[in-house]
Design a protein around this ligand. Structure first.
Ligand code: FEO
Length: 169
């Protein structure tokens, strides 16, 4: 059974993951509108990953005999300055999510919920990858100054990204 504190923290995280999905879908729409269809695809995959994260937390709460309480999802931003701005915002957002996951891990330790400590390790590792992937793309976009043939090539590469559900824990 989950403690009340742990359950409440998981419910906040479920909302944060759904918000992340919503934010990335909004970015995907902005990128489509700006004819960057490869990056729009990349961001759509990001959206699907966040939905996967939300549902992974959701299923875990249920599995532990807890109750999922869904909350309103905040309205995401809809406009950005340019593609570099989009990826800078994504990088900042992922760093924020990492801090939320680390906070959950701290609460799991405080609550002596060692099952959660084990479960959350997957998210700690996942965040390292998420930040690295976004930062790599951001640095590449800065190299080509977010324009011209460099941008065209990066957009083509981004089109190849596919969603592969991570292997079950
Ligand atoms: Fe659910 Fe991108 O972290």
């Amino acid at each position: 059974m989950l403690t009340q504190k742990m359950q409440s923290e998981y419910n906040k995280q479920i909302n944060a993951e759904f918000y992340s999905a919503y934010l990335y879908l909004s970015m995907s729409s902005y990128l489509s509108e700006n004819n960057l269809n490869g990056f729009a695809n990349w961001m759509n995959i990001q959206y699907q990953e966040e939905m996967f994260h939300a549902m992974k937390f959701y299923q875990y709460v249920i599995e532990r005999g807890g109750k999922v309480v869904l909350d309103a999802i905040e309205k995401p931003q809809a406009e950005w300055k340019d593609i570099i701005d989009v990826f800078e915002s994504t990088f900042e957002h992922e760093k924020h999510v990492t801090s939320l996951v680390h906070n959950l891990m701290s609460v799991a330790h405080e609550e002596k919920d060692y099952a959660s400590v084990s479960f959350l390790q997957w998210f700690v590792d996942e965040q390292v990858e998420e930040e690295a992937n976004v930062d790599e793309l951001l640095q590449q976009l800065k190299l080509v100054e977010g324009k011209g043939s460099g941008l065209f090539m990066l957009d083509r590469e981004a089109k190849a990204r596919v969603f592969t559900p991570p292997v079950a824990q």
